[in-house]
Design a protein around this ligand. Structure first.
Ligand code: AMP
Ligand code: GLY
Length: 407
């Protein structure tokens, strides 16, 4: 089957690697625009703008694409899935309307309320005076969220009321959500959805803060591990029954069936599991660890989901190995943009047993080193041995990814 993957990050590189590892012929994959790491494995269309519905549709038709897999949120919000689907193509990625689950935090809250899905209490604010009132009512720590896509920079969690207000002022044109603060470990759990039913993948944990011990600002994600040995046995089933399925059913009821990947960002609080966010796409870097362990054909799973036949798909199976990924970020990330500098040592890093490198970009989150091993201790050792072989002036990475589960 001819597959078009849209996107250009380490997540898309991980998707490509997983497709190949689970049986897809590399010559059947095209990535647009891709990046230089992906281009070393499969064909890339660097000139194709993945957020241009007309250009993508034209390209897909001309190249007899049978399945389109959409990586990032921007093409979803731009309506690329709708354009491809209207040509009768199988598309893994929700419509513009259903992608509002990620694009609009207030829409997500409305869907959750209607579906009875547990989430943080929140108040929508249109003015700074309303934000101040909500902050006073909820108390510290303050959770302030921009009500729209803000490239991972829309959320601040802080004890400092001045910093909270400053953040609110920056994003007030989009609208602001002030939320109750929730505490507990975070879990990212992905579900494939065909619009009617869902199928869980393996749970992962993301490390969102820039520096060790969860210090520093929020980022897109600095590392992850999977599976999560500390979860209760029925956790995945519980999330499927009380969160993923009711959400999918509510979207179908609204006439916005969700076909693609439902990313449930969860906090396990003392009072139960709560949703902190939904995304309408694979998470980055969680995908790197989730797909590193996938054994079942990813092509089959994505195609079945895209064509409404998840019920006849094989159950997603994962290897018994543990997976850890550590992200290498360029100088100053996430606050300032570093100049483009040369990265070296990727081949040497990949010589470490059980290690693969998913390439992203020359600035920002540059790459993800992914390691698997029989234990977390082994996987971590491999990941950190490998990342130490990669040279990029001024770069940084966290040294505590999966440390707590590796003892
Ligand atoms: P979001 O973009 O909504 O996932 O938020 C980014 C990060 O902020 C999350 O991964 C959490 O670490 C944190 N966060 C978001 N909402 C809350 C909340 N209500 N309580 C505590 N932390 C939160
Ligand atoms: N790692 C968080 C995200 O993909 O949104």
């Amino acid at each position: 089957m001819k597959i078009l993957v849209l996107g250009q990050g380490a997540r898309e590189h991980a998707i490509v690697k997983s497709l190949i590892k689970t049986g897809t012929n590399p010559s059947h994959i095209i990535v647009a625009p891709g990046n230089k790491g992906i281009a070393a494995q499969v064909e890339c269309q660097g000139d194709l703008d993945p957020t241009d519905p007309l250009a993508v549709s034209k390209f897909a038709l001309e190249n007899a694409i049978e399945l389109a897999v959409i990586g990032p949120e921007a093409p979803l919000v731009a309506g690329v899935s709708d354009a491809l689907r209207s040509q009768g193509m199988a598309v893994f990625g929700p419509s513009k309307l259903a992608a509002q689950l990620e694009g609009s935090k207030s829409f997500a809250k409305e869907v959750m309320a209607a579906a009875g899905v547990p989430t943080a209490m929140a108040r929508q604010c249109k003015t700074i005076a309303e934000v101040e009132q909500a902050m006073e009512d909820f108390g510290a720590p303050y959770v302030i969220k921009a009500d729209g896509l803000a490239a991972g920079k829309g959320v601040i969690v802080t004890e400092d009321s001045a910093a909270a207000l400053e953040h609110a002022k920056q994003f007030i044109p989009m609208g602001i959500l002030v939320e109750e603060f929730l505490s507990g470990p975070e879990v990212s759990l992905f579900f494939l959805s065909d619009g009617i039913s869902v199928m869980p993948l393996a749970p992962a944990q993301d490390f969102k803060r820039a520096f060790d011990n969860d210090a520093g600002p929020n980022t897109g994600g600095m590392g992850a591990y999977s599976p999560l040995p500390w979860l209760e046995n029925d956790f995945v089933q519980k999330v499927e029954d009380t969160i993923a399925l009711p959400t999918i059913q509510e979207l179908a009821r609204l006439g916005a069936p969700f076909v693609g990947l439902l990313y449930c960002g969860l906090i396990v609080t003392q009072r139960g599991i709560r949703v902190i966010e939904f995304n309408a796409r694979f998470g980055d870097p969680e995908t790197q660890v989730v797909l590193a362990r996938l054994i079942t054909s990813l092509e089959t799973l994505l195609y079945k989901a895209s064509t409404g036949h998840l019920d006849s798909a094989p159950e997603a199976q994962f290897s018994s190995e543990m997976a850890v990924t550590v992200v290498l970020a360029s100088q100053g990330y996430p606050s300032t943009q570093a100049p483009v500098r040369q990265v070296s040592g990727i081949e040497k890093a990949e010589k470490v047993n059980g290690v693969e490198v998913c390439y992203a970009s020359s600035v920002g989150r540059v790459l993800s080193v992914v390691a698997v091993g029989k234990t977390f201790k082994k996987a971590r050792k491999r990941a950190y041995t490998a990342i130490a072989r990669i040279k990029l002036d001024g770069s940084h990475y966290r040294s505590d990814i999966a440390a707590k589960v590796a003892d």
